[in-house]
Design a protein around this ligand. Sequence first.
Ligand SMILES: Cc1cc2nc3c(=O)[nH]c(=O)nc-3n(C[C@H](O)[C@H](O)[C@H](O)COP(=O)(O)OP(=O)(O)OC[C@H]3O[C@@H](n4cnc5c(N)ncnc54)[C@H](O)[C@@H]3O)c2cc1C
Length: 426
Amino acid sequence: MDRANILIVGGGMIGTGVAWALARRGVSDVVVVDLDLAGIYASSELNAGGARATWWPPVNIETCLATLEHFRAHADAFGFRPRGYLWLYADPALWRRALERRELQNRHGLGVEALEPGELPGRFPVLDRGLDELVGATFSPRDGLVNPNAVRAWYRAEAEALGVRFLNRHYAAGVVTERVAGAGGSLRRVAAVDVLEVAGQDPTDEAGVLRDVLVTHRVPGERVRGETRLRCDAVLNCLGAWSPIFSAKIGVPDVTEPVRRQICLVDVHAEDLAPGVRLEELGMVVDASDLYFHPEGPHVLAGYSLPRESPGYDFDYDGEPFFVDHVWPRLAGRCASFERCGHVRGWAGLYAVTPDRSGIAGAVAGFANLFEAHSFTGRGVMQSYGVACAMAELLTDGRFESADLAPLRRDRFADPARWVLEELHI
Ligand SMILES: Cc1cc2nc3c(=O)[nH]c(=O)nc-3n(C[C@H](O)[C@H](O)[C@H](O)COP(=O)(O)OP(=O)(O)OC[C@H]3O[C@@H](n4cnc5c(N)ncnc54)[C@H](O)[C@@H]3O)c2cc1C
């Protein structure tokens, strides 16, 4: 039987980042299993590459700020371009709250500017339509854009250099748990192979211990080619939008929903640009209509979340109708330069959405050796370093040091007063 000191299930941005952070702290025998490390099912390979620390709850600001500093330190390797985030507001109540939160953001050194709509065309000549409906805008110069594939590849290369093993095409299909009694108690096996006790059913003094993870070897879409039992001292669920499936195997009722998000690349011709517009200097623009866009190589990348998207594991891209019905009207409604832009291609990926739009991180209640870090909605890339370092601290020393992730514990959902409500979510 193969074994791991710490087994990380899911090798996306978060799992790979934690693996690296653990290895950097000297932990040996860290193993990462993933169904497909090329990332066809990983949000980490399907996102928009935005990186900002301008969030509203402190824990989101602090973890993203730490990540941005990491990006800045490796700017060339990560393709990090600190060109800022420009956020447009049309709703007066939201704008008032944005101004309140700006004070908190600026206490963290983010230098967020508040702009009048009349200032926008002078600062950002691409914005020349529908400005009278806006009530204000913020510009955060320390935020920017990053190449997420390069970030994940860096975490992996560094982790492998420190001895972490990545097992590709390994699907975590089941787990074997035991219950361990309180002090002085003895181990006794109570469940095996996918048949698991519900954590916390016995509230006396027992805790579950996750002993083995069963992984099947398979290429996505093909038959199972074999099965391995991986013995592990601790397990970390880093499955992103897939985390509820794993949680269900250990009886943890999950609150995360996978929700499709679509992005497309847009062709803009140089001769269509309004005077003074230099697209390559733009960072991320988040429009009051919830459309976001930024320059991406020779194109513009634009994303929009359909408001009534049903939860599900849906990777189908709607194609040109997505551009025609949702992207083009919003782009052309704000910028004359996009009046004649065209659809190039697009794709869909999954957001892992929680009720308060913040991630879940920490120890899993009812288990002695099970941890989780997932469900970072549209923030997993820009939160990766901050979360990875803090989770590695928890796993090795039993407490957070660099950032306090305690507000992200799953048990907050039992009490809405403890939710980490993130309203600046797109
Ligand atoms: C369209 C879109 C735009 C986004 N834009 C941004 C952005 O601009 N900035 C930002 O920071 N974030 C953005 N995000 C969010 C970001 O991509 C995610 O938060 C982040 O990638 C999550 O990383 P993860 O490691 O938690 O999950 P994932 O990257 O999804 O990794 C999960 C891994 O688990 C594997 N897996 C699943 N089930 C199993 C199993 N049973 N056994 C083994 N392996 C399994 C999968 O193959 C996958 O590799 C966006 C997301 C989308 C979809």
